[in-house]
Design a protein around this ligand. Structure first.
Ligand SMILES: Cc1cc2nc3c(=O)[nH]c(=O)nc-3n(C[C@H](O)[C@H](O)[C@H](O)COP(=O)(O)OP(=O)(O)OC[C@H]3O[C@@H](n4cnc5c(N)ncnc54)[C@H](O)[C@@H]3O)c2cc1C
Ligand code: FES
Length: 266
């Protein structure tokens, strides 16, 4: 498993508790796909010792070469340290790892469901969809951006002007509709027609979406965020329970992190 050097090109706070980090490395030859992830380590540091997993948030080519964006929420040692990174700083990265979201099935409308920092993979998924089957029908892509409060709602500005449909939802009603992401989705189900869900967010949200998808009979792919130590299948830190064989566990770094909701017990 090859660890490569990445160089920080930007690091900015985009919401009170959300940051966007731009890094350069040869990401475009590593099969980028929405919800694949990187293990990010800090050269020359023993604390934090272990690398941490982050979804690729966006991946593009600018005048200077391939640019990868990560969105992160400072919540502990590694993510607080990340807020101090400056352009020119180096990082060790491993990946891209994991499976990522599958391409949407023909005839089903893609519904992207983001909770809090679970918004991270969706800019790249929108980029992929607009470069492919949804080039001429951006408005058929619906992105639900949910958070507890207004400051948890974010998506890259280019996504907002891309022509896709965006629905904002906050628990406290401070931005968009008040309530849960499942409430907002349930209200729209009759208008949306056949859908395929792609979700990333806190585990209770993934559980609620699994229940709803099973009740209403639509496919829904969940990007799980289990704690990880290695990122490539050797440590067993990241297991998630199989729904087909209760009591057996699947390595989410290796077979996931994306699972169709009927495959796992999140
Ligand atoms: C596949 C994958 C993709 C991810 N993508 C992103 C992303 O794009 N942006 C982002 O901000 N975060 C993402 N995460 C979560 C991120 O890896 C953790 O926030 C990070 O490891 C925390 O490291 P830390 O040293 O800052 O915090 P720590 O000091 O390790 O932890 C601080 C607190 O957060 C808890 N915690 C740590 N990791 C998780 C987790 N995965 N789920 C729930 N609680 C956790 C710990 O138990 C502890 O209470 C992802 C996780 C996975 C598995
Ligand atoms: S993180 Fe080590 S096996 Fe998945």
């Amino acid at each position: 498993m090859e660890r490569v050097k990445a160089t920080v090109v930007s690091n900015e706070r985009v919401q009170p508790a959300m940051w966007k980090l731009g890094i350069r490395y040869d990401s475009l030859v590593r099969e980028p796909r929405a919800a694949r992830f990187l293990m990010v380590g800090f050269p020359g540091r023993t604390d934090p010792l272990l690398p941490r997993p982050f979804s690729v948030s966006d991946c593009l080519q600018d005048g200077e070469g391939p640019l990868t964006e990560l969105l992160y929420k400072p919540m502990g040692k590694a993510t607080n340290l990340m807020t101090t990174l400056r352009p020119g700083d180096g990082l060790n990265v491993l990946g891209l790892l994991g499976n990522g979201f599958p391409a949407p099935a023909p005839g089903k409308r893609p519904v992207l469901l983001a909770g809090g920092i679970g918004n991270a993979p969706f800019a790249f998924q929108v980029r992929e969809l607009l470069a492919g089957p949804y080039r001429e029908k951006a408005s058929e892509i619906t992105l639900f951006l949910a958070g507890r409060t207004a400051t948890e709602i974010y998506i890259q500005p280019w996504v907002r002007t891309s022509g896709i449909t965006i629905v904002e939802v906050t628990d406290d009603g401070s931005r968009g509709e008040a309530g849960r992401i499942t409430d907002a989705l349930r209200r729209r189900l009759p208008m949306l027609g056949p859908i395929e869900g792609f979700a990333c967010g806190p585990t209770p949200m993934l559980r609620a979406l699994k229940t709803m998808a099973e009740e209403h009979g639509f496919p829904c792919h969940l990007s799980t965020e289990e704690l990880m130590a290695c990122g490539y299948g050797v440590c067993n830190a990241c297991v998630v329970e199989s729904a087909h064989d209760r009591g057996t566990y699947i390595k989410s770094c290796h077979e996931g992190p994306v699972f169709e909701c009927r495959e796992i017990i999140p």
